[in-house]
Design a protein around this ligand. Structure first.
Ligand SMILES: NC(=O)c1ccc[n+]([C@@H]2O[C@H](COP(=O)([O-])OP(=O)(O)OC[C@H]3O[C@@H](n4cnc5c(N)ncnc54)[C@H](O)[C@@H]3O)[C@@H](O)[C@H]2O)c1
Ligand SMILES: O=C(O)C1=N[C@H](C(=O)O)CCC1
Length: 251
């Protein structure tokens, strides 16, 4: 399959390696210094563009790819609050295709299934207080992570006593602590830690006076994210509309 890459950083480079190893051809690579290449025959020849850039660049890149008639797979996080409604409109009403996931790894798809089940069980046990923590490398621009937001939304969907999430304490790259543990009873608190080169750790805690139930997903590296993005591109070549990992990993 012909693939274009938008964003040639840590993820873009790993996706290139995995895509080639699976027999795909990279026909165009766009990064910040050659964005004019959207308007090129090479880019237009791609069946799918895989986009991993930044919270501020992602939405504009979707628009540019759609303008060229190219489907997009994207893992960029931090853009949803502002642009989710318009992206849904573009895909559901204007015929464009975007496969977006806050986390492309199989491990997080499995972890999500456990998270949803655990949240439902906890409706019967109000003595357990839920909170979350995510830890990522110091270069990460958004907090909380996209994965943490998705996991919190799953908790909110399953657990009747919660109706939203709130960013709690943030430990930034130089160890400075900001934010607060104060959180309304009906919100899930998410703490965010920025440390070293951590690829991504997500923990969901259910704490009672007697004990603590804790589930954690810890990525050893970025390969799981990159492989998932290439699998999503293979899926997207055959499908239309707004797609996500629920379509790809059917638990
Ligand atoms: N969904 C997932 O599974 C998953 C996994 C890892 C990272 N991410 C997300 O993917 C994004 C990128 O992560 P990364 O680790 O590759 O970051 P990175 O900083 O290593 O790479 C980003 C690249 O995008 C380029 N870029 C920035 N603005 C651009 C623009 N307007 N047009 C084209 N290129 C542009 C940068 O120059 C850089 O090369 C982040 O939002 C991160 O949160 C998601
Ligand atoms: O490295 C990052 O940045 C990651 N971003 C995603 C998120 O925000 O959840 C996925 C994990 C790695």
């Amino acid at each position: 399959m012909k693939i274009a890459l938008i964003g040639y950083g840590k993820m873009g480079k790993m996706i290139e390696e995995i895509a080639i190893s699976r027999g795909h051809e990279i026909v165009s690579i766009i990064d910040i210094d050659n964005t004019a290449d959207f308007d090129s025959d090479a880019f237009r020849s791609a069946e799918v563009a895989i986009e991993f850039t930044s919270p501020t660049a992602a939405y504009g890149n979707y628009l540019k790819a759609f303008e060229q008639g190219v489907k997009v797979v994207s893992g960029s996080t931090g853009w949803m609050t502002e642009h989710k409604a318009d992206v849904e409109r573009l895909c559901n009403e204007e015929g464009h295709t975007l496969f977006w996931a806050s986390n492309f790894s199989l491990g997080v798809a499995i972890f999500s299934a456990v998270n949803k089940k655990l949240a439902e069980i906890m409706n019967r046990f109000p003595q357990y207080a839920v909170s979350m923590q995510e830890t990522h490398h110091i270069h990460k621009l958004d907090a909380p992570s996209g994965t943490a937001i998705t996991l919190a939304e799953q908790v909110v969907d399953g657990l009747d006593r919660k109706n939203g999430w709130q960013l709690g304490i943030t430990y930034n790259a130089n160890g400075t602590k900001t934010g607060s543990t104060e959180c309304p009873d009906d919100k899930v608190r998410i703490d965010a830690v920025r440390r070293g080169e951590v690829p991504g750790i997500h923990t969901i805690n259910y704490d009672s006076k007697e004990d603590l139930i804790s589930i954690t997903h810890s990525a050893h590296n970025r390969r799981g994210f990159a492989l998932g993005a290439v699998l999503a591109a293979e899926f997207t070549a055959e499908h239309e509309g707004l797609l996500s990992t629920d379509d790809l990993f059917d638990f």
